[in-house]
Ligand binder design. Sequence first.
Ligand SMILES: *Cc1c(COP(=O)(O)O)cnc(C)c1O
Length: 524
Amino acid sequence: MSGMNKQGRPTGVGELGDAGRKTFTGNRGLAQEELLIFERDSGACGVDLDEPNAFEDRLGGNRRKGSVGLPGLSEPDVMRHYVRLSQKNYAIDAGLYPLGSCTMKHNPRLNEKIARLPGFADVHPLQPTKTAQGALELIELVAHWLKVLTGMPAVAMSPKAGAHGELCGMMAIHAALEARGEGDTRTRVLVPESAHGTNPATAALLGYTVDSIPATEDGRVDVAAFKAKLGPDVAAIMLTNPNTCGLFEKDIKEIADALHDVGGYFYCDGANFNAIVGRVRPGDLGVDAMHINLHKTFSTPHGGGGPGAGPVVLSDALAPFAPLPWIIERNGRLKFADVPEQVEEVGGSSFGRMTAFHGQMGMFLRAAAYMLSHGSDGLRQAAEDAVLSANYVLASLKDTMSAPFEGPCMHEALFDDAFLKDTGVETLDFAKAMIDEGYHPMTMYFPLVVHGAMLVEPTESESKASLDLFIDTLADLAKSAKQGEVDRFSGAPYLAPMRRLDETQAARKPVLTWSPPAPAQAAE
Ligand SMILES: *Cc1c(COP(=O)(O)O)cnc(C)c1O
C-alpha cells in the first residue's frame, strides 16, 4: 500500500528508500535546506542609504574600523529565511502534540484577537492607574474567576510561570512561618517521588531540605510513609494533583489534615488543574497555596520562550503574605498597593515584590477571553473531555502497549516500556519512529518512577478521528516492534531533515554562537 494515503488515494510518495536519495540542492521537495543567516551573508543590503552629508566625528578616535559582522541580505532573503525557519517549527497548529505534563491544547483565535485590542495591547505598566482602570478591572475579573474556580479566598497575579508561582507560594509559606516564629525551625519540605522537577528545585532554592516520599504500587503518595515523615520541622508538602502519573491523589484530604495537625502548610502544584476545573475545588481539599498555569489550563500558546503566567491562589492563612502589588479600591477607583505600608492598611503583611510590574497582561486577556467564552459549564466540559480523551487513548492501547497502573487515568495516559521487552526497541527509538509518522513524540522517560515512561496528554481539543489515527499509528508501531522490525526504529527518524542527533553532546556542550570562518576585525 505504499504510495497511498489512508483513503487509498495515490500520494506519489514512494518507498522509504527514496527518501534517502541525495539532492543537488540539499532541499527535499519543497522543503528548503536552510543555512544559518550568517552563512547566507551575500554582502547585500536590505535598504538603500544615501551617503551621509559631511559630519564631524565626535567618537574621539574610537570609530569602528572593521565590519560589525552582521550578515548582509536583501529583504526577500531575510523574509524567506525567517519564514522557512518558522515552517521548521512543529506546533499545535500543525498537528497533534501529545506531550504529557505540558498541556499543548488548541488556543482559540478569539483570545489572540482580544489580546491585540489596542486599548489593552498598548497599555504601559508605568501609566497612571487612573488611565488604566479597565486593565485593572480585567486583572480583577481573572482573579475573581480563579478564586471561584479554586474555592480559595485570595490570589497573587504577578508570578510569570508555573515555577515562579511555586516560588511565590513557598515564599508566602515561609513568611507565614516567620510570622509564627518558626521560620528557622521548620526546615524540611516533603516532596513525593513522582513530583514535577520544579517542586524539589523550588524548595531547595529557598534553602529547605527536600525529603522524598515514596509512591505506592498504584502510583499515588504512600500515606503511611508520608505520616511517618511528619514532625515539628516540616514546613510544607509540595504535592501535584492530579499527579505526574496522570492519577488523582485520592487521599489528598487525609494528607492535608495530617499535615495541618502538625502545623505544616499544603502547597499543591496546580499545573494539571485543567483535569479537574469545574469538578473539584482545591480549597475544599485543604490546599494552602496552588499555582495555576494560565498557559496550560486557560489556553495561551506556550513553549519556545513565550511568556506564561502562574497566578497563585492562597488560603486565609497565607493571604496576608501575598506578594506586592495588590489591587485595592480607593474612592471608587482601583489602584495598585505597591509598598508594604499600603497593604498593611488592609491587614496585609506582604513578603515583598517578585516582579518589576504586575504580571502578564496579554495572558490575563487570553485567560479572560477563554473563561468568558467557555463559561463555567464550558470549562467543566473541557476538563471532562480532556479526561475522556486520555482514557480513550489508555483503554485503546493498554493491551497493545503496556500501562504501569491499573484503572482509569485523569488527563494523561501513562505507558511503560514493558511491551518493548526483548524487542531491541527502546522508548527513545519508539518516539523517534513516531516522527516519521508525522507525530511529535509524547513525553519520554518522565515520570521517573516508571521505567521507560511514555506520557501522552491528548487534551480536550483533539477530535475522535484525530485520536483514532494517533492510536492506530501507535498500535502499528507497537506491532512492528513486537514483530522484530527493528530497522523501522533503530535509524528513525528517516524522513526528518535531521536524523539522530548527539543529544548528550547537544545538552552538555551546546554550540550557541556562530563563529566566522576568518576572525573579524574588531574595533581598534
Ligand atoms: C508545567 C508544570 C510546571 C512548571 O510550569 P512552568 O510554567 O513551565 O514553569 C510545574 N509543575 C507541573 C506539574 C507542570 O506540569
